[in-house]
Design a protein around this ligand. Sequence first.
Ligand SMILES: *Cc1c(COP(=O)(O)O)cnc(C)c1O
Length: 869
Amino acid sequence: MSAQEFNLEVTPILPEALKRLDELANNLWYSWNIQARQLFEQLNEELWIRVGHNPKLFLRNIDQRRLDSAVTDQSFLDAYKQVLASYDAYYHAKERRNGGKQLAEDDLIAYFCAEYGFHESLPIYSGGLGILAGDHCKTASDLRLPFVAVGLFYHQGYFSQRIDAQGNQIASYNENVPQHLPISLVVDEAKQAIYIDIKIAETQVLAQVWKIQVGHIDLYLLDTNVPQNNDDDRKITHKLYDSGKDIRIKQEIVLGIGGVRLLRRLGIAPTVWHINEGHAAFLILERARELITQGQSFETAIEAVAANTVFTTHTPVPAGHDHFSPEEVKNYLGAFYHHDLRISEEQFMALGSLPNDSPDFNMTTLAVQGSRHRNGVSRIHGDVSSKICAKFWPEIAPKENPIRHVTNGVHVPSMLAREWTNFFDESLGVEWRDHKCDVDFWQAIENIPDQQFWNIRQTVKSRMLAKVCDSLTAQHLPYQISETHLERLLKYIDPKNPNILTIGFARRFATYKRASLLLREIDRLGTIINDTQRPVVFIFAGKAHPADGPGQDLLREIYNKSCLPEFMGKILVVQGYDLGLSRRLVSGVDVWLNNPVYPEEASGTSGMKVALNAGLNLSVLDGWWPESYDGENGWAIKASPHHDNHHLRDDEDARSLYEVLQDEVIPLYYDRDKDGYSEGWVKKAKHSMATILPRFNTQRMLNDYLSDFYLPASRQGRRLNSDNYAKARELADWKANLRAKWSGVEARPLSAPQIQMTSGESINIQVAVRLNELQPTDVAVELLLSHKVYHPEVLVPTQEDLQNIWQNNKMETVSYRFVPEHPLHDSGEYLYNLTLKPDLSGGLSYRIRVFPYDEVLVEAHEMGMMKWV
Ligand SMILES: *Cc1c(COP(=O)(O)O)cnc(C)c1O
């Protein structure tokens, strides 16, 4: 008979001298301070790995004797004091930095996102979006911005991944135990949990609130798993990106509507609201409800809310935008829009669905209509988003419509390997942290002696290889793999011999990222990989969403190919991709491979992480890469133009990939001199680090958000909201009037066009506009002057001319405004006059247009209306 086991947990007590370890474990500052994490690791390295680098869990499980002995361990105590000194220094410096100084004293930015990735110890993220949100918060803390973040607390977070012996992804969900996480329940003065009340359909759903400290800033997470809710509603915040549509809409209601109520409940009064991806767009409805309850009209409320709302879209494919059927929306929000917003079903549906569009309620549509500050996340993605959103401003060319871009970045302290951090501290001084965006400062990298640069890289790479060896061993152990087989598998990633070219590919296994492109011509790949003089190892990692069958097929395909004799040990598939594994891979691999379908990678950030750790990017020119690639700081694959034929496109892109590998990457890596490294490689790696680190970091990104979005949003919000929303009301009325009259507006040239003049001269141009009862100042009449692309009679077009014609957006254009003069009594039109003194010369052409104008508009073409003469 076997004995029964009883559980007993004995909580270790922190000795007085080490009391503040607890404080460190409860502030995510540890996620970007390497010394803080090392402190825990130093106490017990094995336990540190076993608890998944989770400081709180670590402190609950450490042996009391180890703690007691640490008190007399001088080197540990020194390290402890040093970490606390940096923590206190970080904490006590509260002055705003960079662009944050221009914010008003009472400004506050509220940031809403469905996922946050700070560190592997807090698994409430799935991929790039979450990590970007985490980095955004960390940087807001670094810059001491007035900033608060809102999200959801998922009890099971995103899944953990194992890969079985057939390459199947096995998803398991671990319970997120609050006591093991750096979070605390938000309570009121009587120490009772506070609850946020959200009506979903006919049910009153309650959410409790968790608070997380991210350095200087707070992140609040809503959690419906409370006994007062019924079983279904308790599960709303169960999983991140649950595939059930029902759950998704409820989650988004809790996040958007509940999130606003939560901030109000805590007395927090944001002046700027940032919706990071459409999931949180319902916040617009709740803010509108507040104003309607105060007596404002629906139209005024939307103007007032939109004035200080910033929306960032991350998805370049319309199908990727969240949308819900009219029935679902009616079911869950019917009572809300009838009773709270006091609007009709048609009015409500129009917020999320445009005429002639799908009848579904689309979260991007709501977000675009409920914000006046909108952006994509790279230059290309900004353009793509302008095209996707062209329907909102039907008479405006996409390149002029009000969607802009802020290119993503990464949080350097979180992603820079400790070896590089230490090296920068020693060689550049600790103040390198204050120069993160200073391109000139980072020129210093070019002066690092080659040998030293190479040695650091190799050290970091060895550490990565050791981690991969450990992971693969653990991964294959359950499948009773033989010792010999394991050796075969690990043969080329020996941490003691980091001299084999190692190429990494790790990211979500979404199909557009084309993880298996490399395997398209198996024989060719075999030749490349198995050159005995110049071997190559590929390391793959990544999770496919549990509902994404094709993504899991990709994983299986790669896994099965990796088991073929010719690829054994050369193509490795590592399970359990998370932030911890990501940090190691991006800091250690020589080359990072990125081959998405153009233009479907909105930005991508993992390549940035690689570059700042002196690895090199080999990437399709998509997302952030075209903004960074200068011909010398990595390699580019030009996307093939076969957009419609996927087979041809993939064939062609794969061929380009093989060519770059064979002709450039591999020869350069193995071009070793007597010191054992390739001078050309080191040169490229230095250049990559020096050009990418100071530009693609989140400090630059936050400063862009500040100057282009947060500051204008704060100003516009104040303007429209002052005097009991007087300006918002005026603007809403003005817009309604314009919409009613616009179809009757017409313009025609009055004067016969002059076709020849001399530089320095001016000419008069007159336009008559039928205003259809609008005021003369309600519209702007504008002349656009540009170089005639070419005169076929005189000049032969250059390649560049042709490209300009093709892209139609590179022409230098100068605009001039007409002045309203007087009514034309015989025709009922209004006369506008322009004295044009051209700023250009040569063969020119001009066009004249009329569009609604009011100086209070944030964007010139906000109304989406335009008439051409
Ligand atoms: C950086 C990072 C990403 C983002 O990957 P991209 O493919 O570059 O967008 C995703 N997951 C993890 C764990 C990361 O660290």
